[in-house]
Design a protein around this ligand. Structure first.
Ligand SMILES: [Zn+2]
Length: 165
């Protein structure tokens, strides 16, 4: 059984199937059916990103996250390539394994632009990733799934940075 959702999710309404995204193969990203070359392809299509944003905007919890203050300064200092590398590291070290330690609590609410992005995009823990992105918790994340999550985080941060210019 998956662990109980983290406290930060408890006020969130259940996602219904009606507003759920189709499984990951929608944008040509079937992990099993593609070779290593597939990793070179963009994993998050514009359409899929728009659909996800629409769904996230329906959550009060998710949409209250914004990049500001220290996290925004940090982003400007480091630049997007470095921040994307951090996102990759966090996804790999905190999310990619089966049943990560303290799932639902591994992503702080502040302190790094990627953390903020993860809460805003429901990529903060395996419970939220299962619920919003339909990636099951009972197995490690594939490379493709990790790349997808990093892409979600990156797109969100890029849009926030643009909005704050
Ligand atoms: Zn979460």
């Amino acid at each position: 059984m998956p662990k109980k959702p983290a406290e930060h999710n408890q006020t969130e309404p259940e996602t219904t199937d009606a507003d759920a995204l189709p499984p990951l193969d929608d944008a040509g990203q079937v992990a099993d059916a593609q070779g290593a070359d597939a990793l070179q392809e963009p994993v998050l299509s514009d359409r899929r990103w728009q659909q996800l944003k629409n769904r996230l905007s329906g959550s009060k919890f998710r949409s209250r996250f914004q990049l500001r203050g220290k996290e925004l300064d940090y982003l400007r200092q480091k630049g997007m390539p470095t921040i994307t590398r951090h996102a990759r590291d966090f996804v790999l070290s905190r999310l990619s394994v089966i049943d990560p330690d303290k799932d639902g609590k591994q992503t702080p609410m502040r302190g790094h632009p990627v953390f903020i992005a993860q809460h805003a995009t429901a990529t903060c823990c395996r419970g939220c990733i299962a619920k919003w992105h339909h990636i099951p918790t009972a197995r490690p994340l594939t490379d493709q799934e990790q790349a997808y999550l990093v892409d979600v985080i990156r797109r969100w941060i890029e849009e926030q940075a643009k909005d704050s210019e």
